[in-house]
Design a binder for this molecule. Structure first.
Ligand code: ISE
Length: 334
């Protein structure tokens, strides 16, 4: 049975999800694309053989042929769109962050619980990246012993045009918050953020350094650098009791030319995480057909935003900020 999909948002990610769906995910049909910019919506719809386009995401959700929805609109619209999907009984894959505020994430968790079904997957695609998955496997094998430290770097060549200073944490660093929890199965208890004193590009003032303290005393340092100029580069090294494991290089080939030896970097995340996006989409569609859901859920989305909010408070206060989940979450986890 073919599943009818609607995509809300025809920007970089909406267009990329539409292309991946059309070229790599069998048994689905892109029905409609929405974007307030009608030309953008219609271009992405046409390029991927979707029958319709809308300028209003809510109208797309109400389209009877749309059975499941991908939300790839701006971050501050996510909660409204996801809530409307839940009301319409349509499962949703929402780009990260689930929502920029913890209050909205809690509202979505409550709405999903009321529906009595698993309805929300959050687009933390790194969980599907072969290199991170191999790192997870190495750690789970136990041969390196327990994790002690992790070093992470998240570098963009140039901050996307829509970036605000808060988004370095709330939109970019949330990937690290999620992957670190997923890899080690440990929760974060506190965070300290330090911003570089240099005047960076625009108002970002990056790079930013974050120190995340996890349960069991594990420490994670995270560099967030949105204008690293040379390319998109994601690094991670896990230091354990008996050894370390480090993410491989994104470009495996080494080119020798004109007296130099070089590997190339992708210009943004689509090149680096191409496989992860495809595997994530295939797994989500599989879960709609009854296979186990193995992506990030609403609770994971909430926790990433909770850590992001604490990191933003730390940036403002200069102090170490504790991370405490809402009492309702702590109670349901107990
Ligand atoms: C962007 O919004 C993403 O989603 C990418 O995954 C992330 O690496 C990048 O830093 C963000 O700007």
């Amino acid at each position: 049975m073919t599943i009818g999909i609607g995509i809300i948002g025809a920007g970089i990610m909406g267009a990329d999800q539409a292309r991946t769906l059309a070229t790599h995910v069998g048994g689905t049909k892109l029905i409609a694309v929405s974007d307030p910019d009608e030309a953008r919506a219609s271009n992405v719809a046409r390029a991927n053989e979707a029958a319709r386009h809308y300028t209003d995401g809510f109208a797309l959700i109400e389209d009877a042929a749309v059975e499941a929805v991908i939300v790839a609109s701006p971050d501050d619209t996510h909660a409204r769109m996801v809530l409307a999907c839940l009301r319409a009984g349509k499962p949703v894959l929402c780009e990260k962050p689930l929502a920029p505020t913890v209050a909205e994430c809690l509202e979505l968790i409550a709405a999903e619980q009321r529906s009595g079904r698993h309805m929300i997957q959050v687009g933390f695609m790194r969980r599907f990246d072969p290199a991170y998955a191999a790192m997870h496997e190495t750690l789970s094998s136990g041969r390196l012993g327990r994790p002690l430290l992790m070093h992470c770097a998240h570098r963009n060549a140039k901050a996307p045009a829509f970036f605000t200073p808060e988004m370095s944490i709330a939109n970019a660093a949330v990937h690290e918050f999620d992957i670190v929890r997923w890899l080690m199965g440990l929760e974060a208890v506190a965070v300290t953020a330090i911003r570089s004193a240099r005047k960076g590009e625009g108002t970002l003032r990056d790079p930013i350094l974050l120190l995340l303290e996890l349960e069991n005393g594990v420490l994670v340092d995270i560099e967030i650098f949105m204008n690293a100029a040379y390319g998109y580069d994601i690094r991670a090294e896990l230091v354990c009791e008996n050894g370390t494991v480090e993410l491989g290089r994104p470009a495996p080939n080494l080119v020798r030319h004109a007296g130099e030896e070089a590997r190339t970097f992708p210009s943004d995340w689509r090149g680096r995480f191409n496989d992860a996006y495809r595997l994530q989409l295939q797994a989500w569609i599989g879960s709609l057909r009854g296979k186990p859901q193995n992506g990030a859920g609403a609770l994971d989305g909430y926790i990433a935003t909770l850590i992001a909010q604490a990191a933003l408070r730390s940036l403002a206060s200069g102090a170490r900020e504790e991370i405490a989940p809402d009492a309702s979450i702590a109670a349901s986890a107990a």
